[in-house]
Ligand binder design. Structure first.
Ligand SMILES: NC(=O)c1ccc[n+]([C@@H]2O[C@H](COP(=O)([O-])OP(=O)(O)OC[C@H]3O[C@@H](n4cnc5c(N)ncnc54)[C@H](OP(=O)(O)O)[C@@H]3O)[C@@H](O)[C@H]2O)c1
Length: 283
């Protein structure tokens, strides 16, 4: 049986509230993975310009008022900003979703307890934290279970995110740290990638070549960790010849405190996610 047939039965749909950067990323990823067809997904958006753009680019129905679509909707993916959850769920409550509709949130910092309270109905919630490489099938997502969600609901969410990359089920206590590490992670990687490409230009390489070398090296090093299961330090030792150029480069990175800078960046991002969650409650 195909993924599609088991995720959404014929005639049923998945709705996306908020088709911004992440909503569109996930819809594109799910469509290109073949988990859904364009007639099995709808989105809701505020602005007429955004509705027109999403309908044109993704070929799906995009509503201002999604009330008529709710009776045939099994899963609602909530992709609004944390500060927008209160009004978005008030509208949802007015429309009255079916009691077994599964809600999946990707909101940074907003707990399942806050989500359940914002909707104010006994529907099951799964909290997820994906990242943008989902659009090319290389996303990293974690999912965790809300109070009224069953193991089957968590499995449904896991299958959605496995279609666009890897997905782990975790305890909710880790969610904010994960948001700061892998949710924000692509931005850190792009910064490192750009900086190393600049370094290539500094030592005389054409920019397009430097960028290709760095991107493939980052991909290759990450795959080495995943495929071999070896510790990154052991893999690093393998390429560090005594008195060679690599140890010279590594020592310069250590002089620049690369480890503590990265740790502090993730620590600061975690603090901000905690704050986003607290202020979402206040809205
Ligand atoms: N960006 C990332 O890399 C990333 C990664 C993981 C998780 N997240 C989470 O994903 C969520 C969305 O982030 P984003 O970057 O995609 O934000 P975004 O681009 O601002 O998208 C949110 C969209 O939802 C629309 N919206 C808000 N309330 C609505 C409602 N009641 N009905 C219909 N549409 C509504 C917004 O319209 P208006 O702008 O007109 O209000 C906007 O177009 C956030 O909670 C974030 O924490 C983001």
């Amino acid at each position: 049986m195909s993924n599609r047939a088991t995720l959404i039965p014929a005639g049923r749909q998945l709705g996306v509230i908020g088709a911004g950067v992440m909503g569109q990323t996930l819809i594109k990823g799910l469509l290109s993975a073949g988990l859904l067809t364009t007639d099995q997904v709808w989105a809701a958006e505020h602005s007429p310009e955004r509705r027109e753009q999403v309908a044109r680019d993704l070929g799906i129905a995009v509503f201002e008022d999604y009330g008529a679509a709710l009776p045939r909707t099994d899963i609602v993916l909530v992709c609004v900003k944390p500060s927008q959850i209160g009004p978005a769920m008030a509208t949802m409550r007015e429309h009255g979703p079916s009691p077994d509709t599964l809600f999946i949130s990707i909101l940074a910092g907003v707990t399942t307890t806050q989500l359940e309270a914002a909707l104010g109905l006994p529907n099951p919630w799964v909290r997820a934290m994906p990242n943008t490489p989902a659009v090319v099938g290389e996303g990293m997502t974690v999912v965790c279970r809300g109070r009224d969600a069953s193991a089957a609901h968590v499995e449904t969410a896991r299958r959605i995110f496995c279609a666009v990359g890897r997905c782990e089920v975790v305890d909710e206590q880790y969610c904010n740290a994960i948001t700061a590490l892998s949710g924000s992670g692509p931005a850190y990687m792009y910064l490192v990638l750009e900086a190393l490409a600049d370094a290539g230009v500094k030592v005389g390489l054409p920019r397009h070549l430097a960028l290709e070398l760095v991107a493939q090296t980052m991909l290759g090093a990450a795959r080495m960790v995943q495929v071999t299961g070896r510790h990154p330090a052991a893999l690093r030792d393998d390429v560090t010849t005594p008195a060679g150029c690599t140890i010279g480069g590594l020592l310069m990175l250590e002089d620049g405190k690369i480890r503590s800078v990265l740790a502090r960046a993730v620590e600061e991002a975690t603090r901000i996610v905690d704050e986003l969650g607290r202020s979402a409650s206040a809205n």
